[in-house]
Design a protein around this ligand. Structure first.
Ligand SMILES: Nc1nc2c(ncn2[C@@H]2O[C@H](COP(=O)(O)OP(=O)(O)OP(=O)(O)O)[C@@H](O)[C@H]2O)c(=O)[nH]1
Ligand SMILES: [Mg+2]
Length: 378
């Protein structure tokens, strides 16, 4: 398929099943986020449909009547794609594709597609391809599964009809990619060792929280890519930041977190996320103007734990404090987290306090700055 063809706008209907174990507010929020994800992927969202049901249908997630409604809606809106917020099994995805005569994907697959579109460096591209292959292999029993990543990197698929034959090249490719990643990683570990004269501070947090904007604000010539769409950053960017006299740190920007971040992506992006694990200090950045900031924070802490960085000292940064008025969510959040540092990466508010807090924290926890000779390093 040509590049031009894959860039054509696709029309989508979003779908979500709200079952009894789900918090309805969180579900509504998740659906809204799915809409932003679809927009990031270049898909036009025409409508959405939800069903409340005690539990998902094993064969088609939705009940039969609702599948019929969905089919009619697709027809009415001239949409050719359905994106489910819930994870679909291979079986459900296959059945729904057949019943709806449309392309069916879930949140995980959408996120993988966004990553595939956005990956620029060799490392990010390798990581995404690996994640896609692992995702496909987990869904392989369905014949059509291999056709679904149209436009994804390296996802053309060998095209054999028999399962075994089809699996073998994919598994071989997985091994190749893992080897390639290990080599890239070895190189970056060596580079990191050279840089280890300075403490490493890592920006982590929910996608769109303003991590790259903060990197640019603290290291004015860094020019990290900033975008109001989700997953603007997929590559680690590291900049030397001057905090105060004789105190410099390496500040790194990382890929953003999101609820239900696919496990295959976390595993594949391990080398990128390892920056956080090996950091001396984490700056957990949240968008304080977001009404459900606690949900984002919960995802951040879960992901930090999952990547093995729970023991790394951390400061909580409440970004976008310039947004909203005095009765806004921002004030509420700052009251709720009195130890957190309110800033605006955009206006520069709070950045001096942030720099001082980083220095104070590193003096407590980073051996590089506890040595008497530390000042001679900078
Ligand atoms: N009002 C306001 N907007 C901000 C602030 N910081 C960032 N933004 C905006 O928020 C959006 C996302 O910013 P990014 O810096 O790309 O966010 P990120 O956390 O790096 O996002 P990912 O790379 O996708 O994980 C952009 O439109 C920024 O201009 C801030 O302090 N105030
Ligand atoms: Mg970014």
């Amino acid at each position: 398929m040509s590049r031009h063809k894959t860039e054509e706008i696709e029309r989508a209907v979003l779908a979500q099943l709200v079952h009894s174990r789900m918090d309805p507010f969180e579900a509504a929020d998740s659906l809204q986020e799915l809409s932003r994800l679809a927009d990031t992927a270049g898909v036009l969202v025409c409508d959405q449909i939800t069903q409340n049901r005690p539990k998902p249908d094993g064969g088609s997630l939705f009940g039969k009547g609702k599948v019929e409604d969905l089919k009619n809606l697709l027809h009415e809106k001239e949409a050719n794609i359905v994106i489910f917020d819930n994870p679909l099994s291979a079986f459900q995805q296959f059945n729904l594709t057949k019943a709806l005569e449309a392309r069916v994907m879930d949140r995980t697959e959408l996120i993988l597609q966004i990553f595939a579109r956005r990956a620029r460096s060799a490392e990010a591209q390798t990581q995404v391809e690996l994640a896609q292959l692992q995702f496909l292999l987990s869904r392989i029993p369905v014949t059509a599964a291999q056709q679904r990543f149209k436009g994804g990197i390296g996802m053309k698929g060998p095209g054999e009809s028999r399962l075994q034959l089809r699996n073998a090249p994919m598994r071989k490719r997985v091994t190749e990619l893992k080897k390639k990643l290990a080599e890239i990683q070895k190189r970056s570990v060596a580079e990191a060792a050279v840089k280890r004269k300075w403490p490493v501070v890592s920006l982590v947090g929910y996608t769109n929280a303003g991590k790259s904007t903060l990197l640019n604000a603290l290291a004015p010539r860094s020019e990290a890519y900033v975008d109001d769409r989700l997953f603007a950053t997929l590559d680690t960017k590291t900049r030397l930041v001057w905090l105060q006299q004789n105190k410099q740190v390496l500040l790194t920007d990382t890929v953003g977190f999101i609820r239900n971040l696919p496990h295959s992506l976390i595993a594949s992006f391990k080398s990128t996320l390892d920056v956080a694990v090996q950091a001396d200090l984490l700056l957990i950045v949240v968008d304080a103007s977001y009404p459900h900031v606690n949900d984002h924070l919960k995802v951040c802490y879960e992901t930090i734990k999952e990547i093995g960085a729970a023991e790394v000292p951390a400061l909580l940064i409440l970004n976008k404090c310039d947004k909203g008025s005095s009765d806004s969510a921002v004030l509420h959040v700052t009251e709720q987290y009195p130890q957190a540092i309110p800033v605006s990466a955009k206006s520069g508010y709070g950045l001096e306090t942030l720099k001082q807090s980083i220095v104070q924290e590193l003096q407590k926890c980073c051996t590089l700055w506890q040595l008497p000779s530390a000042t001679s390093r900078t």
